[in-house]
Write a protein that binds this ligand. Structure first.
Ligand code: FAD
Length: 466
């Protein structure tokens, strides 16, 4: 017999979108089954956010150990045992994925290790080497995420790496060429350069990190120059050839063809949604855009009202916290709650050195939308904590409405920008004004005071600037 088993909510994919959706759905009383063909935790925990940040921390540790002279601290023979670095990274991943498995269990979410394909609008087949049950769902949440885009001239394999292999190299490469200076490439390239790799970035646009303001990315580029990262902008990578010693990349810039050889070529030119192949979205009546992204409404509902989609498979920035947020909304919508997505305060962070973070509108976006705005930038150099950390490069910028001082955007570049942006996300979410921030007493000496001082500056009465 191949009768269908019944389930309330079937979640496909256990990344930060799927596992969060599954837990929230279970909390709301649904009987939930989550199916994952690789590892619980998805890209984010296994081959994305978490392992990259673990390696980046290790690179900072190495750099700090070498450059403590300003503090009067010196160390000789600072070395990297990259095998241990990898062990550290793996242990962090393991703790977190183990934690997620425990949370699923604790919330009585059933986990099926295997792949899922749709059969029709209400049924799906789950299968692994041992079994292939068929399920009828009342609702389904698609959270199958994305994978690295593979370019024809640069097929992954051998010395041509995607971000996944780049996170698991057994040793620090001597040289690395990168195609794509987006945030994944910039983070990984800078991490390896801090470990001593000679890094070259080939970027098609006129600067790296095209998603962030130029006055922010300029500081990143300046810092990259310190570890001898070469950035070749307005360049087009054309082909690559590899042998057992190296990979050689041909690229053109200003109409001239050049070539460069390195131990590895890392291609980070974006990610594509996992909505293709035998997945069966057509059988399920789920419509996609011409880029393969699933079309959804404000609750994540697809063209099939029983099926929802969240995370990297739907339009918008491919970020873990966006996936989780959408996961909660979809699970709540399925339970009949009036939840809906509101992206006005979604932060975007790049963990380069210095870090870049943005939430809400940039100044130019706000102006394009027709807002009359007031803006101001306060430098890290005017902050005692930043100076005592010897990290005085960077600024906080706040964008507020001219008419009522309501904060609608903020950008930060500098140490801990990733953590500092949270306060400004809260401000935007709450509809706070500049005064709400400037009247909030921030502990001294902290980097958070820069946020307070920026608000005072935009209001027009800063203490620490003339
Ligand atoms: P995923 O995490 O991709 O999970 C989808 C899961 O579905 C996978 O585990 C997959 O195996 C499974 N699956 C797919 N198809 C099927 C099927 N048919 N049946 C069963 N299972 C299936 N984001 C940030 O916010 N901050 C960062 O610092 C950050 N750093 C990153 C660094 C790197 C190197 C990379 C690659 C990504 C990074 N991201 C970061 C992006 C982040 O990882 C993704 O946005 C996030 O993982 C998307 O979550 P998701 O739940 O939509 O999908």
């Amino acid at each position: 017999g191949d009768a269908s088993l019944d389930i309330d909510t079937l979640v496909i994919g256990a990344g930060p979108g799927g596992y969060v959706a599954a837990i929230r759905a279970a909390q709301l009383g649904q009987k939930v089954l989550i199916v994952e063909k690789a590892e619980v935790g998805g890209v984010c925990l296994n081959v994305g956010c978490i392992p990259s940040k673990a390696l980046i921390s290790a690179a900072h540790q190495f750099e700090n150990a070498q450059h403590g002279d300003v503090f009067g601290v010196s160390a000789e023979n600072v070395k990297v045992d990259f095998g241990k670095t990898q062990e550290f990274k793996n242990s962090v991943v393991k703790k977190l994925t183990g934690g997620v498995a425990g949370l699923l269990k604790g919330n009585k979410v059933e986990v099926f290790k295997g792949e899922c394909m749709f059969i029709n609008e209400t049924e799906a087949r789950l299968f692994n080497d041992n079994e292939a049950p068929r399920y009828r769902f009342k609702h389904c949440i698609i959270a199958t995420g994305s994978r690295p885009i593979e370019l024809k001239p640069f097929p992954f394999g051998g010395r041509i790496l995607s971000s996944t292999e780049a996170l698991s190299l057994p040793e620090v490469p001597k040289s690395l060429v990168l195609i794509g200076g987006g945030y994944i490439g910039a983070e990984l390239g800078q991490m390896y350069s801090k470990f001593g790799t000679k890094v070259t970035i080939i970027e098609g646009m006129d600067s790296i990190l095209p998603g962030f303001d130029k006055d922010m990315t300029r500081l990143v580029a300046k810092n990259m120059a310190k570890t001898n990262i070469e950035i070749i902008t307005n360049a087009k990578a054309e082909s690559a050839e590899q042998n057992d010693k190296e990979v050689t990349v041909k690229y053109s810039v200003n109409g001239e063809t050049k070539e460069i050889s390195a131990d590895y070529l890392l291609v980070t030119v974006g990610r594509r949604p996992n909505t293709d192949g035998d997945f069966g979205l057509e059988l399920a009546g789920v419509e996609v855009t011409d880029r393969g992204l699933i079309k959804v409404d404000h609750q994540g509902r697809t063209s099939n009202p029983k099926i929802f989609a969240i995370g990297d498979v739907v339009p918008g920035p491919a970020l873990a916290h966006k996936a989780s947020y959408e996961g909660k909304v979809a699970a709540e919508a399925i339970s009949g709650l009036p939840s809906a997505v509101d992206y006005k305060a979604i932060p975007a962070v790049c963990f380069t050195d210095p870090e870049c973070a943005s939430v809400g509108y940039t100044e130019s976006e706000a102006k394009e939308k027709g807002y009359k705005v007031k803006v101001g930038k306060f430098p890290y150099a005017g902050n005692g904590r930043a100076l005592s950390l010897n990290q005085s490069e960077g600024f906080v910028k706040i964008v507020a409405k001219e008419e009522n001082d309501v904060v609608i955007g903020a950008q930060i570049v500098g140490v801990e920008a990733s953590n500092l942006i949270a306060e400004l996300g809260l401000a935007i979410e709450m509809g706070a004004t500049l005064e709400d921030i400037s009247l909030t007493i921030h502990a001294h000496p902290t980097l958070g005071e820069i946020v307070m001082e920026t608000a005072e500056l935009v209001e027009g009465h800063p203490i620490h600037v003339v």
